[in-house]
Structure formats: structure tokens, C-alpha cells
Design a protein around this ligand. Structure first.
Ligand code: ATP
Length: 580
């Protein structure tokens, strides 16, 4: 299997802040139904910021007021910061305290509402994206699926799908931060414009300085993802090939490779942590610098002391928002590789055969005809099947023979509609297979091959394979496949747990379970691709004789290299390898 998924390269993706706009558009396309919730989150977040500003300003005034010796408790407030200047004559101490408490409570309530909606939205997005990725794997053309590494797909579905939710959360936080920065900035401007100007300069320097880290963040994101993929892939292949690893005595080598990859991954993550700490330090240092500047220059600033104090506290409280604004942009840069992977899979085109309805097959056809059919796999210069013409008569037995690589499995895959001819036509009673409703065609067929894809579950689960098949039909199919004789010897019989690879079963036993699975649905057309080649001669002969009896008057297509098997079939079609 070749990985066609392009590794995300470290090419620049645009200016530091512009990445956000691009991501925002892509994300809204992915989660269009969440616009209302997204807007509510941004609005509640900004209102929370507004309440914080109100709280800070009123607190400063209250502290000043309480500090006024001998003033009556109901004294009106003279000299609230200019921002609240309009209320000067009307607000009493107790009213001020009440408004302050309300602002604090409202801020807490808004914060709580915001986190609840954020958590619901995050779950919805992750769930939605996971589902879409999983569905996409099921609906992309089989050939496209074969081009992906299965370990990569597992990684994207299980882990990287969260990147979309994280990116959405980052974008919402960016909206909230921007709104809050604007509100705080306006408040500071009204109260003490020189401090607001200093704050603005600080914000711009902060943004530009952190912008220098953006590319590094993106590269770290790419490396972290690559490291994770390498680790998953090695683990996956080790599990898949453990027998070979052990029989070649390669355990130590695999351990060493894993250790090296794991160390690399660890280094990437520590680099990311160090970058996070460095950017945070830089941000703190810049804030400290600007506050120090205000303190040192306060006596020269044309601002009322109380207003200056409120504005400075606001600036101090503003710093986390500015810091978060910039770090969310950096986080988006770090997430870009994961996002691109998710987007690449989601944007794969669906298999045309699954979206096109076609004409329903209401009765058993009489003939399947291959007319001058050729097929080339993507990226292959030699056709797998070249100008092949033959007919399979329904109700008869047919053997497909030919040397290895002559295209027998490819032909069965075309019959199963997993792939479609590159040239020529396959017709069913004269109608193009591509114009027939896929499900009504597949209902007639069943296939069993030499490698049986067993799933984690019991023998019964594996024969049923998530279909509505009665236990009676399962047992009948097992009898036909000569599988009952060994299944009943298993400690729990049909309820025996096989595990994902059924390693306790022999190759021949696995093939018989695969055969029983194909037979359980009582298909009209049974396709066997070297499905009995792991059985001993006597068992194979018994299986074939039972199948021939069962399929008398029905359609059996057998791919086999054994002439003894092929000769049992009424018709024989011999393929020759394609020449270029
Ligand atoms: N997924 C694929 N991508 C690219 N080439 C493929 C793919 N599957 C098969 N091929 C190529 O297509 C040709 C036909 O393969 P196919 O499996 O159909 O042959 P076969 O007659 O069934 O072989 P065998 O008897 O060894 O099972 C071979 O050259 C093979 O390398």
C-alpha cells in the first residue's frame, strides 16, 4: 500500500494573521450548522469582557471612595473615572457596590454559559467530523481507499478529528479576544488616552513579535503530526506482522526503531512546550515593560491619577486577552497540518456508484457479459486486465483461470462493483452494470477469498458479519463450508471469541469461516477467489462437492490455480497477462 496523502510541507501559508481568515472560511464550511451557537459564544464572551471592565473600573472608584475619611456612606461619588463621568452625581456608594456585585455575578454567569456552550459545540464538531471521516472511508472509491495507509486513516479519525473542534474553539476565542480588546481599548481611551496609546503600541509589538514564531509553530505542528504517524504506523505494522517479526528474530530491531521514533516525538513535543513557555515569557516581559513605562512616566502624563490607575489595571487585565489572541493564532498555525489532513480526506469525492441510483434489478438476470474490458490501476502503466471479453451464464458454474497477475481478482472486483472498467463494458442482460442500482446487484452476490478479513468477535459474529441472518442459516452455511466440524470442537463452539485476527485458527479454518460467511446470505451468485486453497485435498474435495450440489442451477464463479478444481466447472475462462 502506498501513501498518497501528501505530507504537509513547510511551505509558507501567508501572513501570520491571514491564516485565520482562511481557516475560518474552511471551518465554517465544515460546520455550517453551528453559526448561531458560534455567534452566541462570541457575544457572551465579549459581554463577559465588558463586565470585567465595568467591574475593574467600579472597584477602583469604590476603593477610592471607601478611602475617603469621614464621608457618609450614602455620599455621591465625585470623580468616577471619566468613562463613568455622566453618572457622577447620581451614584451612591451602596449603589456602586451593588452594580459592582452585579457585574461580577454577570461575568461569572456569562463565563459559565460560554464554557457550557463551548463544550457542547466542541463535542458536536468532533462527533460530526469523526462521523464524516468514517463515512468517507466507506464511500470513497475502493481504489482511493487502497491508496491510504490504514494506520494514517485510524490516526485521522481517532485523533486528528479533534483538530477541527480545537480550531473552531481557537477561532471563537479569537473573536472574543478581539471584541474584548476593542472594548477595553475604548474604555482606556475614554479614561486615559495616553495609556490607551501605550496599550495599542504594546498590542502591535506583541502581535508582530509573536508573528515571528508562526512559521516555527507550523513546522512543529507538522513534525509532531509526522512523528505521531510514524509511531502509529510502526505499532500497526508490528502488530500486523508480529509472527514474521518474531520468526526473523527482529524484536530488538523493532524496539530500537520504536525507541528512536518515540524519542523524536518526545523531542518535538518538548520543543513545542519550550516554544509555548518562551512566547508566554515574551508576552509577560512586554506587559511588564509597558506597565513600567506607564509608572515611570505617570507624572508627565496629562491624566487624572484615578483614571490612570483604572486604565493601567485595565491594561494589565487586557494583557491575557492580547496574549491569548496571539497564542490562538499560533495554535492555529500548529494545527494546520492536522486540519489539512482532515480536509483532504473529507474533500475526497464519493464513489459515483454509491451516489447514482440506477435501475433496480427485480429478477435474476440470465447473463453477465464482459465486452472488451480493460482496467488499469491508478498510477500503473501496465493494465491489470486488457481487452477481455467473455460471458458468464447465470445458473452455471464457471472457472476463471490464468497465471498469477493475469487479472482474475481484478475481474471479481469489477463484478463486485468495487472498481469499474477503464475501457469496455460489463453488461447484465444487455444493461450496463454502471446503470443498475448497486444494492439490487450486490444483493445477488457474495464473495470469499483466500485471505479472510476476520473481525473481533465470536465465530457467530464473523459468519453473520453484522447482517440480519438467522442462527439456523449460519449453522447451515457452516455445514456447507465443512466448518461445523472444527467450530464445535472449540471450547465455546459458535460463541468462541476469535479476537481481531483469529490467530488461534489455522489458515484452512479461517477460510472455512470466510466461506460460511459468504454462504450464510444464500447468494444467487457465489464468487470464490482461491477460497479453498488452504484446505487439505480431502476437505477441499468435500467442500467443493457440497458446493456443487448446493449450487446446482445457481451461479458459481471460481478462481483457482488448481486444474482439478477448475475442471469441475462447466465453463472455463482462461486469462492471459496483459502485455504493454
Ligand atoms: N491495488 C492495486 N494497485 C495497483 N496494481 C494492482 C492492484 N491490485 C492488483 N494490481 C496489479 O494488477 C495485476 C492483476 O492483479 P490480480 O490480483 O487481479 O491478478 P490475479 O490473476 O488475481 O493474481 P493471483 O493469481 O496471483 O492472485 C497485477 O499485475 C497486480 O500487480
Amino acid at each position: 500500500m502506498t501513501a498518497v496523502r501528501k505530507p504537509v510541507t513547510a511551505k509558507p501559508t501567508g501572513a501570520f494573521n491571514l491564516v485565520v481568515a482562511a481557516r475560518f472560511r474552511e471551518l465554517l464550511k465544515l460546520v455550517p450548522s453551528l453559526r448561531l451557537k458560534t455567534s452566541v459564544m462570541i457575544v457572551t464572551g465579549i459581554l463577559g469582557g465588558l463586565m470585567e471592565m465595568v467591574g475593574v473600573t467600579l472597584l477602583v472608584s469604590l476603593v477610592f471612595l471607601l478611602g475617603q475619611q469621614g464621608s457618609p456612606s450614602s455620599a455621591t461619588i465625585a470623580g468616577l473615572p471619566a468613562f463613568f463621568g455622566g453618572f457622577e452625581a447620581a451614584i451612591s456608594k451602596s449603589m456602586l457596590a451593588a452594580i459592582l456585585v452585579c457585574a461580577i455575578i454577570l461575568r461569572i454567569a456569562l463565563g459559565f454559559t460560554n464554557s457550557i456552550i463551548a463544550s457542547i459545540v466542541s463535542q458536536q464538531i468532533s462527533g460530526n467530523i469523526r462521523y464524516r471521516l468514517y463515512s468517507k472511508v466507506l464511500t470513497i472509491p475502493f481504489q482511493r481507499f487502497q491508496h491510504y495507509e490504514r494506520s494514517d486513516l485510524m490516526n485521522v479519525i481517532a485523533t486528528e478529528s479533534h483538530a477541527v473542534a480545537s480550531a473552531h474553539a481557537s477561532l471563537v476565542r479569537l473573536g472574543i479576544n478581539l471584541g474584548t480588546i476593542f472594548i477595553f481599548g475604548t474604555g482606556m481611551l475614554v479614561m486615559a488616552w495616553p495609556i490607551a496609546v501605550l496599550g495599542l503600541i504594546f498590542g502591535v509589538i506583541h502581535n508582530l513579535t509573536l508573528g515571528l514564531f508562526a512559521e516555527t509553530y507550523r513546522r512543529i505542528g507538522v513534525s509532531a503530526l509526522a512523528a505521531m504517524e510514524d509511531l502509529t504506523q510502526l505499532t500497526w505494522t508490528t502488530l500486523q506482522t508480529l509472527k514474521a517479526v518474531k520468526s526473523f528474530g527482529l524484536e530488538k530491531r523493532h524496539e530500537t526503531i520504536f525507541d528512536a521514533l518515540s524519542t523524536d516525538a518526545g523531542k518535538t513535543w518538548s520543543r513545542s512546550d519550550r516554544m509555548g513557555a518562551a512566547t508566554s515569557l515574551l508576552s509577560e516581559a512586554l506587559t511588564f515593560g509597558v506597565i513600567l513605562t506607564i509608572i515611570l512616566s505617570s507624572q508627565f502624563l496629562p491624566v487624572d491619577f484615578r483614571a490612570a490607575l483604572s486604565a493601567t489595571i485595565l491594561l494589565y487585565r487586557l494583557q491575557p486577552y492580547i496574549k491569548e489572541f496571539d497564542s490562538q493564532i499560533l495554535a492555529l498555525h500548529g494545527m494546520e497540518a492536522s486540519l489539512q489532513n482532515v480536509l483532504a480526506i473529507i474533500s475526497e469525492a464519493d464513489d459515483a456508484r454509491q451516489v447514482v441510483c440506477g435501475e433496480r434489478l427485480n429478477q435474476l438476470p440470465k447473463e453477465i457479459v464482459f465486452q472488451d474490458v480493460s482496467f488499469s490501476y491508478e498510477g500503473s502503466s501496465v493494465p491489470a486486465v486488457s481487452h477481455v471479453s467473455f460471458a458468464i451464464r447465470i445458473g452455471e458454474t464457471t472457472a476463471l483461470t490464468g497465471p498469477s497477475g493475469s487479472g482474475k481478482t481484478t475481474i471479481l472486483n469489477m463484478l463486485l462493483d468495487l472498481i469499474q472498467p477503464s475501457k469496455g463494458r460489463i453488461t447484465i442482460d444487455g444493461k450496463d452494470l454502471s446503470a443498475i442500482e448497486r444494492s439490487s446487484w450486490l444483493r445477488l452476490l457474495s464473495v470469499s477469498g483466500q485471505d479472510v478479513e476476520l473481525m473481533e468477535g465470536t465465530v457467530l459474529d464473523n459468519i453473520r458479519f453484522r447482517r440480519e441472518i438467522s442462527e439456523e442459516d449460519v449453522r447451515r452455511a457452516a455445514d456447507l463450508a465443512c466448518a461445523t466440524e472444527f467450530i464445535e470442537k472449540l471450547p465455546s463452539g459458535f460463541d468462541e471469541w476469535l479476537g481481531d485476527e483469529a490467530i488461534r485458527l489455522s489458515g484452512g479454518q479461517r477460510q472455512r469461516i470466510g466461506l460460511a460467511r459468504a454462504l450464510a446470505g444464500r447468494p444467487e451468485i457465489l464468487l470464490l477467489d482461491e477460497a479453498t486453497n488452504a484446505l487439505d485435498e480431502a476437505t477441499e474435495a468435500r467442500v467443493l462437492s457440497l458446493l456443487l450440489r448446493e449450487y446446482q442451477g445457481r451461479t458459481l464463479v471460481i478462481v483457482s490455480h488448481r486444474s482439478s478444481v477448475a475442471s469441475l466447472m462447466k465453463q472455463q475462462i482462461c486469462l492471459v497477462p496483459a502485455v504493454v
